[in-house]
Design a protein around this ligand. Structure first.
Ligand SMILES: *Cc1c(COP(=O)(O)O)cnc(C)c1O
Length: 505
């Protein structure tokens, strides 16, 4: 299987090369050039596989330059019992029509672990396969969840280093503590004075500085990114859609071949795009329901055919979805236009220049045949956290609550009673302040630290605090450095011990 860029060009690269590069040289995203399709006989033979065996089965079709042995090693390391002690992707039934797929049982309690545990393994093997001698340096600016998940994934992975920048004013107490206590020989964590955009802009400036890239190269380093534009991050997410489906078959909720819906809380459009690919690979999926918070740029696109990021940015209680540029939509556009790289290039150029683009009727119709989209306000999100708890004694985090709220809107609007899986993207304890406030009111969170609230939430609900979040406030703080945005490049130079005179950045 080879990969090509959504913005055209004749170059096709292997899986290993696509993973190593992250993004295509012409700015496009890598997509598979061939269809992978599992027919009903294939599905029947996959239906009883364990998560790891299923992962190997699916991955081998997309990573043909890896041996089955290499794929197996990646999978065994990533999805070990040590990383996922309570099971990898358990599914909980809420009602006769709605089940929840819990993707937060990994080391950082958010769904990003599902991909960021295995991406470093792919990268490490890709270095071997392509005989890469340079060390890969991952640079990431984070608004919270990605940074910690990337740190956990890359810690002590051979041939890689990771540097994470987080904005001083942009992450929760819990998220910050998760990062500054990070262990590992190859990890660095830096606070940046400013907000997420400052950190993100700083990282982009480092990536696009050719002199700096050359300097790194001379010293034996290659810069790369762990962002969801990397195909190596998207691919592992396809697996859990299959696994969820087969879990419902095993629980006798459905029989093999019955179509189901998925509802996915959406930010950068990565998670939901994996659902689209799963459907394309032959998984019996009816509708994929796209759930946005008040930053509902994608939901608006699906109803109007115009993507317009020129709008106010809202800071919400589901911060991982506070995004106005959903990068992975580019892959969907490419696919539904029948691989029309010219259209994609035009749209992306227009997005860059005017902040918006429009697609034709045919394109938006084919998207709407598969997707249904809506959004949840802050109040609706809080109400959903409360009502799900009252109705089912089940706790959802604010991101998952956005999904459940939009699912309710979908049922009211369409009357569709198809069995649906709501994808749950974070442990409720990771966003405990918003959860406690929704359940118990503002007074309950006043003057309490997030660490105190962990206990409060646990006592109120009888749910256990996830192990990775326990005693976080007692762990040793290992990363204390704070820098100005303009110092970010110099810090990389210091960390990598690059020649002195270029450090001024
Ligand atoms: C990243 C994230 C999302 C959004 O996922 P995308 O793949 O960017 O659409 C939703 N919920 C949580 C908790 C996340 O960390």
């Amino acid at each position: 299987m080879l990969y090509e860029s959504t913005r055209g060009g004749t170059e096709r690269v292997s899986f290993a090369e696509a993973v190593k590069r992250g993004i295509a040289p012409n700015g496009g995203l890598y997509v598979p050039t061939e269809e992978v399709y599992f027919d009903s006989l294939d599905l029947a033979s996959m239906a009883t596989l364990s998560y790891k065996d299923l992962a190997c089965e699916i991955l081998k079709h997309f990573a043909g330059d890896f041996t089955e042995q290499q794929i197996r090693e990646c999978v065994e390391r990533a999805y070990s019992d040590e990383h996922f002690p309570e099971g990898i992707a358990p599914i909980s039934k809420l009602s006769s029509n709605l089940s929840v797929l819990e993707l937060w049982h990994g080391p950082t309690c958010a769904f990003k672990d599902m991909a960021l545990q295995i991406l470093p393994e792919f990268l490490s093997k890709s270095r071997e396969i392509t005989k890469e001698s340079d060390e890969i340096v991952i640079l990431t600016a984070t608004s919270g969840d990605t940074g910690k998940a990337a740190l956990e994934g890359f810690r002590d992975v051979e041939g890689t280093r990771i540097i994470v920048y987080y904005p001083v004013d942009g992450v929760s107490e819990m998220q910050k503590r998760q990062m500054i206590t990070q262990e590992g020989k190859n990890v660095s964590v830096l606070a940046v004075e400013g907000n997420f955009d400052d950190a993100q802009t700083g990282v982009k400036r480092i990536f696009t500085n050719q002199d700096f890239a050359a300097l790194c190269k001379t010293a034996g380093y290659k810069l790369s990114s762990a962002n969801s534009i990397n195909w190596g991050r998207l691919l592992p997410q396809i697996i859990y859609y299959f696994h969820a489906y087969f879990s419902l078959v095993q629980q006798e909720e459905i029989s093999l071949g019955t179509k189901i819906n998925f509802v996915v809380p959406t930010g950068n459009f990565g998670n939901i795009l994996a659902a689209y690919y799963a459907r394309k690979c032959g998984l019996p999926v009816n509708k994929i329901i796209c759930a946005a918070n008040s930053n509902n740029v994608v939901a608006d696109f699906m109803s109007t055919g115009t993507y317009d990021r020129n709008r106010p940015f809202h800071t919400t209680i589901s911060p991982a979805m506070d995004i106005l540029i959903s990068s992975n939509l580019e892959r969907l556009l490419y696919d539904v236009t029948g691989r029309d790289a010219e259209t994609v290039r035009d749209c992306m150029a227009s997005l860059q220049a005017q902040g918006c683009y429009s697609v034709d009727k045919k394109t938006i119709n084919s998207i709407n045949n598969i997707f249904w989209a809506s959004s949840a306000s802050e109040t609706q999100t809080e109400d959903t956290i409360r009502s799900v708890y009252e109705q089912y004694h089940y706790l959802v985090d604010p991101h998952t609550a956005v999904g459940v709220d939009v699912y309710d809107k979908y049922v009211i609007s369409t009357g569709d009673m198809t069995k649906t899986v709501a994808v749950s993207t974070a442990s409720p304890f990771k966003f405990n302040k918003s959860v406690v406030e929704a359940l118990l009111g503002q007074e309950a969170v006043a003057a309490q630290t997030e660490f105190e609230l962990l206990t409060a939430l646990s006592q109120h609900t009888d749910w256990e605090v996830p192990t990775p979040l326990q005693d976080l406030d007692k762990k040793e703080i290992l990363h204390k450095d704070v820098c100005q945005p303009k110092e970010m490049m110099a810090r990389v130079a210091t960390i990598l011990d690059l020649p002195q005179e270029e450090k001024k950045g």
